[in-house]
Design a protein around this ligand. Structure first.
Ligand code: G1P
Length: 288
């Protein structure tokens, strides 16, 4: 299976940081966000990855490329651990790029993958969402898709005041964690939300989605929404929502990014203990 990582958004919620830097390159502890996403795909056995980029996103390409000067310098200085790590990043997967020329929405970005994907089911993994789980979330979706066919998207319950930040599904529960989706709404007002199950940003889609995107008119914010195209797809083919096992971190806004950075740093074996000490001293000092 191939994976498509849309990373063409303008990062408005992170300005001015994202004026000239992609949001997907925001560091979370010691790695850019998008590296976590690529690593999840690789852990699920996906090695052919298409990243949809746009203006000002060149550093994403450089990050996954070889860097001869840096490699030579590290080799000369005997920095073997660092050398191995940067070589690993460049060799991790077969990564391709295509540019979205104007920001016309997530659906439009996914449509640009059509030629690369061909006529097979494929994964879509948003470039600003980190999943940490024993079994990669995308693998959990691939397994359901393998058994049942159709398309499968990751969902999780969201707080009532957060439904307007997500695509929300409604459906019939068919097993412990699986829903047969019968409707989807992109970022509804709480009073119009059909449930509290939010789309978290990992999808395994049938190639039929491309035709559906083509038939999708601009929706919320005047953009071609993937959620609206999924609504058309659901009328033609089975569409499932899987409440996956694992934790999802949304790097899409400042607070989400701060919380993720803090949590992953606290879990890091080297950084965790001194950071914990620093934080408890800091809080004790503040509270007098
Ligand atoms: C996108 C999707 C939305 C989904 C969300 C997950 O929105 O359109 O359906 O719930 O990702 O992060 P965005 O966050 O790009 O505005």
């Amino acid at each position: 299976m191939k994976a498509v990582i849309p990373a063409a958004g303008m990062g408005i919620r992170f300005l001015p940081m994202t004026k000239d830097q992609p949001k997907e390159m925001l560091p979370v502890v010691h790695k850019p966000t998008i590296q976590y996403v690529v690593e999840e795909a690789v852990a699920a056995g996906i090695t052919d990855i298409l990243i949809i980029t746009g203006r000002g996103k060149r550093s994403i390409e450089d990050h996954f490329d070889r860097s001869f000067e840096l490699e030579c310098a590290l080799e000369k200085n005997g920095r073997e651990r660092e050398l191995a790590e940067i070589m690993r990043i460049a060799n991790m997967a077969d990564i391709h790029f295509v540019r979205q020329k104007s920001p016309r929405g997530l659906g439009d970005a996914v449509l640009l993958a059509r030629q690369h994907v061909g006529n097979e089911p494929f994964a879509v993994m948003l470039g600003d969402t980190i999943n940490l789980s024993a079994v990669p979330v995308v693998r959990q979706l691939m397994d359901v898709q393998g058994e049942r066919g159709g398309s499968v998207i990751a969902v999780e319950p969201v707080a009532p005041n957060k439904v307007q930040d997500y695509g929300i599904i409604s459906g019939k529960r068919i097993s412990d964690r699986l829903y047969a989706i019968d409707d989807l709404v992109e970022k509804p007002l709480p009073e119009n939300a059909p449930s509290n199950l939010g789309i978290t940003g990992t999808y395994v889609l049938s190639p039929r989605i491309f035709e559906c995107i083509e038939r999708t008119p601009p929706g919320r914010d005047g953009e071609i929404q993937l959620t609206d195209a999924l609504r058309l797809l659901q009328k033609e083919e089975p569409l499932y929502g899987l409440q996956f096992e694992g934790t999802r971190y949304d790097i899409g806004d400042k607070l989400g990014w701060l919380k993720t950075t803090m949590r992953l740093a606290l879990e890091d074996p080297e950084l965790g203990p001194p950071l914990r000490e620093y934080l408890s001293d800091f809080i004790a000092e503040r509270e007098g």
